[in-house]
Design a binder for this molecule. Structure first.
Ligand SMILES: [Zn+2]
Length: 256
């Protein structure tokens, strides 16, 4: 694909992570008959409390406590100027229609054009941290978004995807400012009991944000690949290993 990378705007020195949700078709209200405020605040509080997660390392705690998180919800599309201006700590998430029965379903080529507009890197890295024989090892996975992720669009079970900004572990990464998540909001509510709808909705957001922060899929956690897995709803928090990766990557984002 070889998209020319834009210059990442220099970090402004403020450690505020912005999760910017765009719901241009008012899909939350239409599909869930609810306003987004409770979910927005729940997500924001969750992220601001990450530093207090039991079992995280002192380094993760210290790194996470140096950041604050803001979740912004808007009933509109992002503008081109806004997209070009996204900085290293901006994480845009788009709510879109994904059900095949609706005529406004986002198509594969529309998704591709969204990725191109956001100048998403061809190759992105996600990370997995595991304990092996008493030592922690970090695995790094490189994937090609355009080849591997876009075909996933035709998978009716996909609830969305989140893409990190290139490879956070690379010293010079001109794609650091370029992340995106697309969530098929209308699919979340299908065949789901209303009482767990909010939990699933929040978990889907956390899962996709996890990918944007650089997390790889991991069984027995919220980052399990398949949302249908019982592991998904059984885990509503990032693990200490996830938080080690997330805090490292957030620090890397502020270094350039
Ligand atoms: Zn995933």
């Amino acid at each position: 694909m070889n998209i020319p990378p834009p210059q990442c705007k220099k970090w402004d020195g403020i450690k505020t992570v912005f999760i910017k949700i765009f719901d241009r078709e008012d899909l939350v209200a239409k599909n869930f008959n609810m306003n987004m405020e409770a979910t927005r605040t729940a997500l924001e509080s969750y992220l601001n409390e990450l530093e207090n997660t039991v079992g995280i390392s002192a380094t993760s705690k210290q790194n996470l406590s140096s950041f604050s998180f803001q979740v912004v919800f808007q009933n509109r599309a992002s503008t081109e100027a806004e997209i070009n201006d996204f900085g290293v700590l901006d994480f845009p998430i788009y709510f879109e229609e994904g059900l095949s029965i609706t005529s406004t379903r986002m198509t594969k080529s529309e998704a591709e054009s969204m990725l191109l507009k956001h100048r998403i890197s061809d190759n992105v890295a996600t990370f997995l941290r595991k304990e092996v024989g008493g030592n922690f090892v970090m695995e790094r996975f490189i994937g090609n978004i355009y080849d591997e992720l876009l075909p996933y669009f035709t998978n009716d079970r996909a609830l969305g995807f989140g893409v990190p900004g290139g490879d956070y572990s690379s010293v010079s990464n001109s794609f650091r400012c370029r992340k995106i998540a697309i969530i098929f909001i209308d699919k979340i509510g299908v065949e789901v009991e209303p009482v767990i709808l909010n939990r699933i909705f929040l978990n889907v957001l956390k899962h996709e944000i996890g990918h944007m922060f650089g997390l790889h899929h991991e069984d027995k956690t919220m980052m399990v690949e398949n949302y249908d897995s019982p592991d998904f709803l059984a885990n509503e928090a990032y693990t200490p290993n996830h938080l080690s990766i997330i805090s490292d990557n957030l620090i890397r984002l502020t270094m350039a």
